[in-house]
Design a protein around this ligand. Structure first.
Ligand code: SF4
Length: 311
């Protein structure tokens, strides 16, 4: 988003509607290195907590954004890396909530919630959205490639303790990758883990955006439906919630905003239109220009055209 270093969007989130992303860690600073990551390989693979993004600086941007009169359904603490690595995350969420009526969501990989300090900080959100993609240690290592101190037992216990202690809802996302965690055995093991964790919702997803590594392929629709049956009554397959929504009439957007959104993650034209609130013709004009100057490239995946930041 033009002029902001730590805010992006509002991004059309499949789970939250219009989500204003708040970046709490630098690009690819993460305790995992998932094979499906849209941002490529993890460059800073760490479990060390620090104030990676200065909270005062981020809040000054948020104040400016709120004063501009724009709207979002959620303030989503997230990152181009892992937000719980920011040691001041709790303070940031508390202070952000005091600035508006917009609820605060924490989008995290959840892999550090076994640490009490991380878990206590996460409790400051209104909604916690962690992930779990593996029911066996072997698959955790294969799909998420964690730092050494993260084991599956710790991961699952941290999620369980979070659900027990948290006042709000916990929505657990499971990302299915073809040939990696979609077998009967793996789904059964995931089901056992989820029964222990007891989240409020289980949201089944698959790879729909190009993973920069090219290692991860989506599962087919039949597998998604099968996984929903195995993972129980709280499980849903999450789909494009903004599909078919009216195009908002808004103005004052420019190419820099389009570039900022696409730089954060690969987007379709539809994502840009609804994420920024831009007329499709205008969005297409900027996208085509950015492609022509090789700032973006186009990538077709499952019949959909994504715009991706050129490396
Ligand atoms: S946890 Fe998120 S940011 Fe980290 S490697 Fe996995 S997908 Fe990428």
């Amino acid at each position: 988003m033009a002029g902001y270093k730590h805010l992006y969007g509002p991004v059309p989130s499949r789970r939250l509607g219009r989500s204003l992303g708040i970046d709490m860690a630098p690009m690819k600073t993460c305790c995992l290195d998932c094979i499906y990551c849209q941002l490529g390989r993890t460059t800073v693979h760490t479990a060390e907590r620090k104030e990676y993004v200065k909270v005062d600086e981020m809040l000054a941007e948020l104040e400016q954004w709120l004063e501009s009169g724009k709207e979002a359904d959620w303030l989503t603490f997230s990152a181009s890396g892992e937000p719980t690595l920011n040691s001041e995350l709790a303070d940031a969420m508390v202070r952000a909530r005091e600035m508006s009526d917009i609820p605060v969501a924490l989008l995290t990989n959840g892999a550090l919630l076994w640490r009490k300090g991380v878990r206590d900080g996460a409790m400051q959100a209104d909604l916690i959205m962690p992930s779990l993609d593996a029911g066996t240690e072997e698959t955790l290592q294969r799909i998420n490639r964690p730092v050494p101190e993260i084991t599956l037992d710790r991961y699952i216990e941290g999620l369980h303790e979070t659900v027990v202690a948290f006042h709000g809802e916990v929505w657990l996302e499971v990302m299915l990758v073809a040939g990696v965690n979609d077998s009967e055995e793996e789904l059964a093991a995931l089901d056992d883990a989820i029964k222990h964790i007891r989240p409020d919702q289980v949201q089944i997803n698959t790879v729909v955006r190009p993973a920069l590594s090219g290692e991860a392929e989506r599962v087919d629709n039949a597998t998604l439906v099968h996984a929903r049956v195995i993972l129980g009554p709280k499980a849903t397959v999450i789909s494009s919630a903004w599909e078919g929504a009216a195009v908002p009439e808004d103005a004052e957007h420019d190419e820099a905003e389009v570039l900022a959104l696409v730089s954060y993650r690969p987007c379709t034209l539809h994502d840009v239109v609804h994420g920024i609130g831009m007329h499709p013709n205008e969005a297409l004009k900027y996208l085509q220009h950015l492609v022509s100057e090789q700032t973006l490239r186009m990538e077709v995946r499952d019949g959909e055209t994504f715009y991706v930041r050129a490396q």
